[in-house]
Each structure stands twice: as C-alpha cells, then as structure tokens.
Design a protein around this ligand. Sequence first.
Ligand code: RP5
Length: 165
Amino acid sequence: MAQENTPLVGIIMGSDSDFEIMKEAVYVLDEFGIASEISVISAHRTPQDLEKYAVTARTRGLKIIIAGAGGAAHLPGVTAAMTVLPVIGVPIFSKKLNGQDSLYSIVQMPAGIPVATVGIDNARNAALLALQILALSDSAIMTAMEEFRIKLADASRQKTGKIRD
Ligand code: RP5
C-alpha cells in the first residue's frame, strides 16, 4: 500500500514518558503504509494547544485520533469533546494505581461523547482498530487487514501444533 503524504491518523500523548508505549501504534500504522503524525499534547499542561489540535484535526485531513494518557487521563475524552472524529484512547500504565486510574478516566465517558478504549498500554490494538475503521472506506486497507488476520490465525495454529508435539 502506498504511503500517503497527508497523515490520516493523529497520535497524541499526554507526556513524552508515554512514547515508549505509543510508538507501537506508529510502528503498526507504518507496517500498513498509513501515514500518521505524532505529538505530545497535554489536556492539563497545554490545554490551549489541545483545543487548537482537536478543532483543526478534521480540516487538516485526519480521520482518526489515537490518544494515550496515564493517571488522570483526560486527554482522549477532552479531545473527543472537541471533534467528531473517532477517538481511540490508550490508558497508560501508572505507577501509583497500575493504570486502573488511566483506564477508568478514559473509559467512563458521559453519554454523547464516546472514546473507544483499548486495554492498558495496548497501543498496538489502538492502531489496528484505527486501521479497521479506515478499511471501511478503503478496499486496499480492508484486504491488508484480512491478510493480517489470516497470518495471525496461522501463527496461532502453529503455536498450538508445537504444544501437541
Ligand atoms: C499524564 O501523566 C501523561 O499522559 C503521563 O502518562 C502521566 C505522567 O506524565 P509525566 O509526569 O511523566 O510527564 O498526563
């Protein structure tokens, strides 16, 4: 699949300390040839920057936003409040509460403003979900996703085979 110049997926995170986890999303999108842009923006430390980012996201060509944050993880929800683009939240593991604070902050959105929430630190799944959404209007991505699932199943069967040996 040809890499497009205009990023389709915006990847944001509350701190550069989230990058070790969030880079997985970049790698997955790269594997599928989907351009993404990555930024550190905080709902608490740089709220004005977040507003500008979210309000302009759609007109800049983004289709989906993946937002990772830990602790009082308001970034995905506040972003979702300011754009109608789908927002996928990645709860980042936190030292104090093992990421449960992040998870609950992201998943418990009020009715009307959804955030699709993946598991703690599961930036990879966030990227795969983003690809599945993009695939609805792009047959090349859909084919790539179907091939990916076939490979995943084959790998799983091979592991099962090893257990039987
Ligand atoms: C959140 O606070 C960030 O998303 C990060 O997960 C957490 C800790 O940030 P730092 O103190 O490492 O910058 O806003």
